[in-house]
Design a protein around this ligand. Sequence first.
Ligand SMILES: Nc1ncnc2c1ncn2[C@@H]1O[C@H](COP(=O)(O)OP(=O)(O)OP(=O)(O)O)[C@@H](O)[C@H]1O
Ligand SMILES: C[C@H](N)[C@H](N)CCCCCC(=O)O
Ligand SMILES: [Mg+2]
Length: 240
Amino acid sequence: MKSKGIFITATDTGVGKTEVAAALAAFIKNSRKFENVQLWKPVQSGVTMGDPEADSYRLLHGSGLDQKEEDIATYTFYQPLAPWIAAEREGKKIDYMKLVSEGHKRRMNSDFLIVEGAGGLIVPITQDKTIANLVTELSLPILIVGRAGLGTVNHTCLTISYARKLGLEVKGVVLNGYEDEADPSIEENITMIENFTDVPVIGKLPWLNVNNEEGINWELRRKKWIKTIHEHLDLKSIFE
Ligand SMILES: Nc1ncnc2c1ncn2[C@@H]1O[C@H](COP(=O)(O)OP(=O)(O)OP(=O)(O)O)[C@@H](O)[C@H]1O
Ligand SMILES: C[C@H](N)[C@H](N)CCCCCC(=O)O
Ligand SMILES: [Mg+2]
């Protein structure tokens, strides 16, 4: 039986997909809502496997799942570029159909699959396939991560309209990384996004400062994220 799941995309690169995917996985694991929640990052670029900055590394430690890092990411490229070009720079090509069949297999082998895209929706994986095509093939609903501040209304509404054009199911939006709860523009951004798209903003997440002098205390970070997700996000629609 195919698992439930969510494909986490964003309005841009660097907006918080890895942070949100890891936190969501940690929350689900802690809540025991699904016994076998799994993470998948089909393609990561600008990193090397095992690098503490790598998405795969931060997904593994940020979630506390008992997956192996090399199981989390399928393709890893060194150049910080769109996957198609990052692969080409290494004389490689991404096998798109391999990703599609791997995605279906991962859905069969999990209760809840959290997939992290790369950048936003129209990010080239090959010369004629994008992240959006992969979402369509996996028939997973999407959760869009957007910035919290000025500029996010346009970026988020554009992403939603493109997703709808492709017939993707948009479960919701998370506005991520605000520094100041008192910033009135965040609530107004939520109102404008919901007004123009009817897509629910399922919550807003603060910028979490949980490091210590030696670096990241992952156990403490996971605990804080689990509490923050519980307090800030309405996940009902994500689990349906
Ligand atoms: N709410 C947050 N609190 C603290 N740090 C955050 C938060 N959101 C994002 N970050 C940090 O900001 C940086 C960019 O976030 P992240 O790596 O999750 O973006 P991304 O959308 O996954 O990027 P990419 O497209 O490269 O996968 C990371 O260092 C991440 O740890
Ligand atoms: C390198 C970065 N961290 C991501 N892995 C890839 C982002 C690709 C963005 C392509 C684009 O929208 O211009
Ligand atoms: Mg990421």
